[in-house]
Write a protein that binds this ligand. Structure first.
Ligand code: SP5
Ligand code: ZN
Length: 358
């Protein structure tokens, strides 16, 4: 399986995040990718190629221009007003009502609009970031831009080479990033950008996204909430981070009604229950949709020793996950998301890809 990778991910390297009220080492670290690369190479998974550059256009087709400008300028503005050079942390919360975000957007509170009154260099972080782990450091914009190009290149090659599988080794990850919100280690939504490109530029009729990261992909859900293409399916830890999204009754709206499928699983879920739940949703909702392309948001923070996930999957289970995904017999783009057990992330990811191939 071809792997798309850029070493520019290293430009994003904030030293710290805020967790439970303490500064702790940033868990979405560069070493994650080193671990993945070394497993891929050790098992000869496939050729590792650099991404092409598709510019900002495909990113701007998913994210608002104000948000893109924010990510581009936030760090410099922050340092200029005396902010910690280790990265941008919000001074305020702009109190968007997340549970009712869609309604809020239809009827925005006048005081927060227009965007020119979004709070200036110290107000903007609270407006455009929903948590304390979407830390913007010096090279974050460039790295996030590059991660989106990695995903886009994966989408292009999947079609051009009629490949069965491609792995876009993106970092930073993307599935928590909404149209104009970063957070959860995510800035640009790599998978959503690739999917939109597949549908609107490469003219794929039906795309299904299967999000197997431990956390609900609130960003991907929000971006496609009113669309019937793609189908979005997420398996995730119930009632865990990001807390305000991921319930079963979030099914999509308007044209998208019925095309957003959340499968929350209880904390402590183990191999057997997880694989059954995955195979069931594949055999029902995904097969009914009959996708021409599948995009997998590949997180392995479902692993038992993951420092933030609440499931107990073992390393061999990831082979079975790969097999379950291959049972669709559909060309598949794997887009890297979470997974923070640095030592084992490489083997877990490679197991999914090898299980898919065999
Ligand atoms: C892409 C992705 O996986 N993002 C995840 C972001 C999660 N950020 C906050 C996690 C806080 C977990 N705190 C749990 C403490 C238990 N040790
Ligand atoms: Zn995650």
């Amino acid at each position: 399986m071809k792997v798309i990778y850029s070493e520019k991910h290293c430009l994003h390297n904030p030293p710290k995040e805020f967790e439970l009220g303490r500064f702790v080492p940033y868990k979405e670290c560069t070493g994650r990718v080193d671990s993945i690369l070394s497993s891929l190479r050790a098992r000869n998974l496939g050729e590792i190629v650099a991404p092409n550059d598709y510019g900002l256009g495909p990113i701007a087709a998913v994210h608002s221009k104000e948000f893109i400008a924010y990510l581009q300028n936030a760090y410099e503005e922050w340092v200029k007003v005396g902010g910690n050079p280790e990265g941008v942390f919000p001074d305020v919360s702009a109190v968007r009502d997340f549970a009712n975000l869609r309604k809020w957007k239809q009827n925005p509170p006048q005081r927060n609009f227009p965007y020119s009154r979004d709070g200036g260099p110290l107000g903007r972080p609270g407006y455009y970031c929903f948590d304390m782990t979407g830390v913007i450091a010096e090279g974050t914009f460039q790295a996030a831009y590059e991660a989106a190009q990695v995903a886009l290149t994966g989408a292009e090659l999947l079609i051009e080479e009629k490949a069965h599988g491609i792995f876009a080794l993106c970092r930073p990850p993307g599935h928590h990033a909404q149209r104009d919100l970063c957070g959860g280690y995510c800035f640009f939504n790599n998978a959503a950008i690739a999917v939109r490109h597949l549908i609107h530029v490469l003219k794929v009729g039906r795309v299904a996204i299967i999000d197997i990261d431990y956390h609900h992909g609130n960003g991907t859900q929000e971006i496609f909430y009113e669309n019937s293409n793609p189908l979005y399916v997420s398996l995730h830890g119930a009632l865990d981070y990001p807390f305000y999204w991921g319930a079963e009754d979030e099914v999509g709206e308007n044209e998208g009604a019925g095309f957003n499928v959340n499968v929350p699983l209880k904390m402590g879920t183990q191999d057997k229950e997880y694989i059954e739940a995955l195979q069931t949703i594949i055999d029902t909702r995904v097969k009914e949709y009959n996708p021409q392309i599948v995009v997998v948001s590949l997180g392995v923070d479902t692993y038992a020793n993951d420092p933030i996930g609440g499931f107990f999957l073992t390393t061999p289970a990831y082979i079975q996950i790969g097999r379950a995904l291959s049972s669709l017999r559909c060309p598949t783009l794997f887009v890297m998301e979470g997974g923070y057990a640095v030592e084992e992330i490489g083997d877990n990811v490679t197991n999914v890809l090898q299980g898919f191939e065999n």
